[in-house]
Design a protein around this ligand. Structure first.
Ligand code: UT7
Length: 323
């Protein structure tokens, strides 16, 4: 027998304000047609003034608790993957902890930009499998609208705000790919690529900064590295592409999603796509897509789900789980 980290509940939250591509046409030399055809994005949500990452995260957390039929006091740990925390410290996770009324256990942030949720899942899985925690809330939450350069048409039309939350809990498994729960993890980073995607400010340089990206280069790395890490994770899990029910990729660009699915030999009918509605929400994109995929009746108990993401660092990785 072995311990598995099994999904107990999921939920998400999106800020109210929806911004269609057309809104950018009034301030930038861009068009709905360019944004749609080059990225697949049609609209995104932006947080209201004063609405912070921990607020979005807490709303998603409440939705996940409701889905699981649990109380905040049932959680041992809470991890928030974010690059856009409310404050330098305390962590967004402890702020969420307070917001949802979880006074026990422990909470901390993970920062791996767009790969953050995959890194946080890996951390939660390790804690559950090692016996350090029994029930862990894993949240991806971002307010990337706060770090956009609104004069840079090559980046500001691509990102959005939102949050998704997943609860993992310990369960007994046989140690085979028939078990429910996380079956494998594959993580990578390579800091030599830091100039491809970064924010040109931060605490130690005494500014907030704006997101900067060499889009074409990131794109090139993305398809190759995502297909490779997803394949490695599937091999570790002992799962073939025929057995995969759903790929839930990081939602950055429909062309990256298409290209990666093609390399994996998986038809788009088995890929959950939300990029058209959310844009790129960085660490929030996978839990948002998982939550939407489940709500739409796509992801069902027992399904094999492959998640994969890449972002600033570069940092990338994949997790295979049986829902
Ligand atoms: O989440 C982290 C991972 N991030 C990503 O995965 C993003 C990866 N990269 C991408 O998604 C794509 O590279 C972009 C969507 C960012 C850009 O698509 P592209 O096909 O690589 O376009 P490009 O950067 O080569 O730009 C093509 C043209 C350029 O004009 P010239 O130089 O050919 O005259 C750009 O200036 O499109 C221009 N352009 C725009 N035109 C209208 C760039 N942004 C815009 C815009 N509207 N918003």
């Amino acid at each position: 027998m072995s311990i598995r980290a099994k999904v107990a509940g999921i939920g998400h939250y999106l800020p109210q304000r929806v911004v269609p591509n057309a809104e950018f046409e009034t301030t930038l030399d861009t068009s709905d047609e360019w944004i749609r055809s080059r990225s697949g994005i049609e609209r995104r949500h932006f947080a209201a003034e004063g609405e912070t990452t921990s607020m979005l995260a807490a709303n998603a957390a409440e939705a996940a608790l409701k889905d699981a039929g649990l109380e905040a006091s049932d959680l041992d740990a809470l991890i928030v993957a974010t690059s856009t925390p409310d404050l330098t410290f305390p962590s967004a996770a402890t702020m969420v902890q307070a917001r949802i009324g979880m006074s026990g256990g422990f909470a901390f942030d993970v920062q791996a930009v767009c790969a953050g949720f995959v890194y946080a899942l890996s951390t939660a899985n390790a804690m559950i499998v090692s016996g350090q925690a029994k029930r862990v809330m894993v949240i991806g939450a971002e307010t990337f609208s706060r770090i956009m350069d609104w004069t840079d048409r090559a980046t500001c039309v691509l990102f959005g705000d939102g949050a998704g939350a997943l609860i993992l809990e310990a369960s007994e498994g046989a140690g085979t790919s028939a078990d429910r729960g996380i079956l494998s993890v594959d993580l990578h980073s390579d800091g030599q690529f830091r100039d491809l995607l970064y924010v040109d400010g931060g605490v130690s340089t005494q500014s907030t900064g704006h997101l900067r990206m060499e889009g074409k280069e990131v794109f090139r790395h993305a398809v190759e590295k995502l297909a490779k890490t997803a394949t490695a994770a599937m091999e570790k899990a002992g799962v073939t592409s025929e057995e995969v029910d759903w790929v839930v990729p990081h939602q950055a660009n429909i062309r990256i999603i298409n290209g990666t699915a093609k390399k994996l030999g998986l038809p788009m009918e088995r890929v959950v796509v939300t990029v058209q509605d959310h844009g790129n929400t960085s660490a929030a994109s996978i839990p948002l897509a998982l939550s939407v995929g489940k709500a739409e009746g796509k992801i069902k108990q027992g399904d094999i789900v492959v998640t994969e993401a890449i972002g600033g660092g570069l940092a990338w990785g994949a997790v295979v789980l049986r829902w």
